[in-house]
Design a protein around this ligand. Structure first.
Ligand SMILES: Cc1ncc(COP(=O)(O)O)c(C=O)c1O
Length: 404
């Protein structure tokens, strides 16, 4: 055991780091049937396409050299083109490859953006509850994370504006579509308003939108960035939820000056995105497999969502509440006040090997005990039969607790 002293940022991220460690342990435990992490279903991972693509593309006569050699820090040009054509046009964003930085996993955009803009003590506004993994990143940069009020239409711009002024905030972070953890979607007028607030107060609006294409009902909404007239909105997206988390790829969308600066930060961090992944992912799009596989994903996940919501309604304690997401990966649950979600989870894990996430820690400015009855359930990882069995068991444990 060494006697070395860690940097002070390791202290500021201490609590969220413990939570994240547990989340990954739980998600990767082969003996656990988890509704905890945000993993895609095995049945829709792109193995059927990738075997053929890999054998053709990774050869010397194919794109092997591009895949295995050092490459452009911005990311592979044709992958950036694929992002513009296949992923951004449909959300009203008319971007060029020069507006795209490919990153190593969706979360890296948050890391690079913090390196570019955040000094210790800067305030970042978020939804409340917000995505705890990103809180972990923000804390690593020693930012102060302040939650804003939300309702069923997402973050409330009036509260955001009040807090921008109150805290002299540097950045607003939001997951506008099928949010994590709530599954809620920000309405169009609020998207427009957030873009305007970014311009009016010269703050960064960081729009983290990895679930946008995973829609089961309702209409496609324009991105916040589509309303941005001053370059204050930066979009962060990931290939993890729409292709494969193991690709460790994502992309940032911003004005060219910001992309150039992000490129410098990327070089200082890890030089370039993973070339092997980039080549394989680009080919998946060029060969037209994305739309086909996304249809399969949406059909699979819709069935999972419907089975989860129906089983919750049948077996969860009287008076519980849940969201009805139009897409994405999660249902957010409010158990009756006397049900401690962490205690339900402990019993479900120990006695039945089913798991989910207790939600108290996802509120940036309150103690976990104040929201001990909140929980996040993922419906994309497990097959429908496992969802039905597990949610019934978890419901019965929660009912016993509610009756005590
Ligand atoms: C809102 C949000 N942003 C970013 C990410 C991270 O994506 P990646 O796994 O590509 O780093 C996730 C993953 O769960 C997420 O839910």
């Amino acid at each position: 055991m060494s006697n070395l002293k860690f940097a002070s940022r390791i202290d500021t991220m201490h609590d969220t780091a413990i939570y994240m460690r547990g989340l990954f342990d739980n998600m990767t435990d082969p003996n656990m049937k988890s509704f905890g992490g945000g993993a895609p279903a095995r049945s829709v991972l792109p193995m059927p396409y990738m075997e053929k693509i890999a054998s053709e593309v990774l050869s010397d006569s194919g794109r092997g050299f591009e895949a295995f050699q050092y490459s452009a820090p911005f990311g592979l040009y044709d992958l950036r083109e694929a992002v513009c054509d296949h992923l951004l046009k449909p959300t009203g964003i008319d971007a060029k490859p020069e507006n795209i930085q490919i990153v190593s996993g969706g979360l890296e955009t948050m890391n690079l953006v913090c390196q570019l803009f955040i000094d210790p003590g800067d305030v970042i506004l978020t939804e409340s509850p917000t995505f705890i993994h990103v809180t972990d990143t923000f804390k690593m940069f020693q930012a102060e994370v302040v939650g804003c009020e939300c309702d069923e239409n997402g973050i409330i711009p009036e509260d955001v504006e009040k807090k921008i002024k109150q805290y002299n905030a540097k950045m607003v972070y939001t997951v506008p579509t099928f949010g994590n953890p709530t599954g809620r979607t920000l309405s169009v007028d609020r998207r427009k308003k957030l873009a305007e607030l970014g311009s009016k107060y010269n703050v960064v609006i960081l729009e983290d939108d990895p679930y946008r294409d995973v829609r089961y009902s309702g209409e496609v909404l324009p991105a916040i960035r589509s309303f941005d007239k001053t370059g204050n909105t930066i979009m962060a997206c990931s290939f993890s939820k729409i292709f494969a988390p193991g690709s460790r790829l994502g992309y940032a969308v911003a004005d060219e000056d910001i992309i150039y600066a992000l490129r410098d930060v990327k070089i200082a961090t890890n030089s370039q995105p993973p070339g092997i992944s980039e080549v394989l992912t680009a080919e998946f799009f060029h060969r037209g497999y994305y739309d086909e596989n996304m249809k399969k994903m949406c059909a699979t996940y819709k069935a999972g969502r419907d089975a989860m919501m129906e089983t919750m309604d049948k077996f969860f304690p009287k008076g519980f509440k849940r969201t009805t997401p139009d897409g994405g990966y999660y249902v957010w649950v409010e158990f009756p006040k006397n049900v401690d979600a962490a205690a339900v989870k402990d019993r479900a894990e120990k006695e039945y090997k089913f798991s989910f996430l207790a939600g108290g820690d996802w509120y940036p400015n309150s103690k976990a005990e104040d929201h001990a009855n909140m929980a996040r359930f993922n419906f994309t990882t497990q097959p429908v039969e496992v969802i039905k069995e597990g949610i019934e068991i978890i419901g019965k444990i929660a009912c016993e607790m509610a009756a005590e």
